[in-house]
Design a protein around this ligand. Sequence first.
Ligand code: HEC
Length: 142
Amino acid sequence: MRNQGKLALLCAAFVAGASITSSVLAHGNVTPQAVDTTTLPEIGEAWLKQNPYRGNAAAAKIGESAYGQNCARCHGLEAESGGIAPDLRYLEVGDTGDEWYIERFQHGSSHDGKVYMPPMGEVLGQKAGWAIRAWLETKHQE
Ligand code: HEC
């Protein structure tokens, strides 16, 4: 209970910040953490639109840890959002969801000159992106 209270306070502080990213940056520790994907099948350089690792348990396992290191601070532990960023459990599954997912992963999101989500594609690479997506699909909720 005490921890939940703290968490709620922390979230409120985030929401109150003028820009999500600058308040996150102020905490340091935002450098994307490299993800070791060497054991996963090669998928080439060109960005795919559909997840080549869908249903791949080994990929999902790598994705789970990659998510914890790179996404959880905004999207929530175990993909359960605390409200700072969208809850990724509700992303559409399958090909259409893949396309939307990878677009955001690759380019992030900014509007009105503010970065809401930093681009992840170049730093983490698409193998890590699809591994995270494979894990997210195991957490999907309607
Ligand atoms: C600095 C905080 C932050 C980090 C880190 C972050 N995101 Fe996001 N993400 C956001 C915000 C905020 C939005 C909503 C953007 C908007 O509404 O324009 C978002 C949107 C998304 C969306 C679209 C969701 C939807 O329902 O439309 C996806 C997919 C996504 N993020 C995936 C990821 C993944 C995967 C990672 C880790 C590799 C990640 N994000 C890391 C803040 C973050």
